[in-house]
Write a protein that binds this ligand. Sequence first.
Ligand SMILES: Nc1ncnc2c1ncn2[C@@H]1O[C@H](COP(=O)(O)OP(=O)(O)OP(=O)(O)O)[C@@H](O)[C@H]1O
Ligand SMILES: Nc1ccn([C@@H]2O[C@H](COP(=O)(O)O)[C@@H](O)[C@H]2O)c(=O)n1
Length: 196
Amino acid sequence: MPFTIAIDGPAASGKGTIARALAQGFSFHHLDTGLLYRAVGAKGGDPVRAARELTPADLERPDLRSNETGQAASRVAAIAEVRQALVEFQRSFAMKEPGAVLDGRDIGTVICPGAQLKLYVIASDQVRARRRAAEIDADEAETLAALRERDARDMARATAPLRAADDAVVLDTTYMSISEAVSRAIAEVEARYPAR
Ligand SMILES: Nc1ncnc2c1ncn2[C@@H]1O[C@H](COP(=O)(O)OP(=O)(O)OP(=O)(O)O)[C@@H](O)[C@H]1O
Ligand SMILES: Nc1ccn([C@@H]2O[C@H](COP(=O)(O)O)[C@@H](O)[C@H]2O)c(=O)n1
């Protein structure tokens, strides 16, 4: 039985940073599910068709990390048929041995409700905007507005809205360094996965 770690939370809260570190530390597979929605948003045209016909090459586009692509992703992510087209791929990824880490918005609630560990990673809006603006060399105020708009849309949508699963461990990284946040996450895994 593979060990599945579900990591959710608002934009730029540090989900991917923690997910990559856990995957490396425990030799698990990692899927950044936001990339799927970013790739669909970036393709343009009919989003449902784009989701159904997504290829590995679509995930390699150089423009996927921009604020604009994040907004496009969040718009297509509100379409139920787009989400449905991506469910099976994510669920089969989660079954990889010896384990998998998936980060996104609905992993603990919809994609992997039976995950052995669910983390809900948060940080203040200002801190998230500062970190993301520095990462992509964008204006901080514009990035803050973009993150807030995206979070609001992600939380308000009818299908698979962003929320913490009832059994998720909430990790607030506002005042944590990356290594502190990763150490806390590792401790949560070790409490449930003693086999390492
Ligand atoms: N605890 C931390 N302290 C300082 N910087 C951090 C911390 N955690 C993450 N970062 C930085 O913040 C930025 C956003 O982190 P990351 O990409 O992991 O967020 P995310 O939640 O995966 O974002 P997205 O919602 O876009 O998938 C990155 O530049 C990362 O290096
Ligand atoms: N499981 C997921 C993952 C992502 N989304 C949507 O994609 C947008 C971009 O995600 P990032 O993690 O790369 O920031 C995000 O704002 C969501 O709208 C999703 O719905 N479900």
